[in-house]
Design a protein around this ligand. Structure first.
Ligand SMILES: [Zn+2]
Length: 130
């Protein structure tokens, strides 16, 4: 505590437990709202909040981009434009085809029964290998 002698208002940081001059501290926003924390913790908190903000911005941008793609594809199809299937569409179609083999069909129904060979064939067809 010897180094505290030159500090007028020694304050222990609630976050890291180090001592600092109260007037050199910063008000915490995220970790300890309305409590003054040390400069080092303020820097770390600020960086964390910047990353949080970037993550939210990126999520928002991605959500907007997904909406734009879906909206544009739908409208182009309405206008009669033929578009190549997206990976998601191929995947969903394949999911439906494979799902038929595992569907809750009555035991007596043999129409949609298939073995792993049939499922594999459906998969390679879905992705254009056959
Ligand atoms: Zn601290």
């Amino acid at each position: 505590m010897e180094y505290l002698e030159n500090i007028e208002e020694p304050t222990q940081c609630i976050h890291c437990k180090n001592w600092f001059e109260l007037s050199d501290g910063y008000e915490s926003v995220k970790w300890h709202p309305e409590i003054t924390i040390c400069n080092n913790c303020n820097d770390a908190e600020t960086k964390e909040m910047e990353i949080d903000e970037e993550v939210e911005d990126l999520k928002s941008d991605l959500e907007q981009a997904e909406y734009t793609v879906v909206h544009c594809r739908k409208r182009l199809k309405e206008l009669g434009v033929t578009l190549p299937e997206t990976k998601a569409e191929k995947w969903d179609k394949l999911d439906g085809e494979i799902g038929k083999f595992y569907a809750n069909t009555p035991e007596s129904s043999e129409e949609e029964e298939g073995d792993l060979l049939d499922i594999g064939e459906a998969a390679v067809r879905a992705f254009g290998y056959l």
